[in-house]
Design a protein around this ligand. Sequence first.
Ligand SMILES: [Zn+2]
Ligand SMILES: [Zn+2]
Length: 373
Amino acid sequence: MKQLMYIRKGTLEWQEVPDVPLVEPSDVIVRPFVAARCDNDIAYLHFDVNALLRIGIARGTVDPAVVHYLGESPFRGPFPFGHECIAEVIECGEDVRRFRPMDKVVVPFQISCGQCRLCRGRSTGTCSAVPDNSLFGVGQTGGDWGGVVADRLRVPFADHMLVHFPQHLDPVSFASLSDNIACGWQAVVPALQAKPGASVLVVGGGAKSIALYAVAAALFQGAERVDYMDTNADTLAPQRFEIAAALGAQIVESSDMSQVREQYAVSVDGTMIKQGLHFAVRSLEPDGVCSSPSVYYDKELPMPLFEMAMKKATLRLGFGNALESIREILARPNVQDLAPEKVTTVCAAWSEAASAFLESSTKVVVHRDPLAA
Ligand SMILES: [Zn+2]
Ligand SMILES: [Zn+2]
């Protein structure tokens, strides 16, 4: 079988390897036919993250907990690349009941067993039956689970992990459902369910597509207004503004985060920087909720805790539980109105993946025909 390997910054390569077999009776082998690049992939595709983190840890600016969660050499190649895909089932272990060959499925990026206490409590992003941070397609950093840009991918705990992909939806539109769409959804939808119709502030630029999927999800969930602001820190900012406007957001052109402009019931920090987090938190109205799908590697990051306490602010961090969000999203009627395809900026043939995933663009998707129409 062929699989796409991350070699080093700026280099992805196809490799011919032996077919991945079924190992456990609860496994399924899938053939991904749509795959997307996650916002976090961009970091090690374009930068030597491993070296930067090591320097940061040595200098005491990066949190040493990074080593515990991401390993001694985070994101060091070579490893099978990719963790966002829509796939078709091609082989089932003997205990698998919910799936059979030719089924179209979403594969959540986090590995979870479905049986442990955390999984039973719906915390599938932190399953206790597998090592911390178990996920596809990031090498040792996530464990040896394989990458999704491959002819075969072994999915463990398949009856629990996999989600049927509805026939009436376009798989290419939902290419990022495994992770980034789910992440954008959970940044706003639970908060809006508690505060129906609230206004939302999304600050993007770091978690590039996730912030835009948060815009889409907030409007889908009936937010009265969504304001989109950006760090404006790279050349793709105009592309993100265009997408946010096409999704229905009001554009805030200033990237000045020194002063709060307005107060919101819900805010999202997708900047990955301290100033963005502070701005999103300080922009909350009383009892407001700030969610952040950003990763902060800082050893210490002071927060305006007095102001947060006075406002009774809630701050939610982390990537959440993708499987739960995927199930929620696909259970919604009219989910096509989420229109995640508006965030996609490069849509390439599967065979072009090695170059397409290196492109400087907001959301890259590759696809090929499924075996079963
Ligand atoms: Zn990801
Ligand atoms: Zn579990």
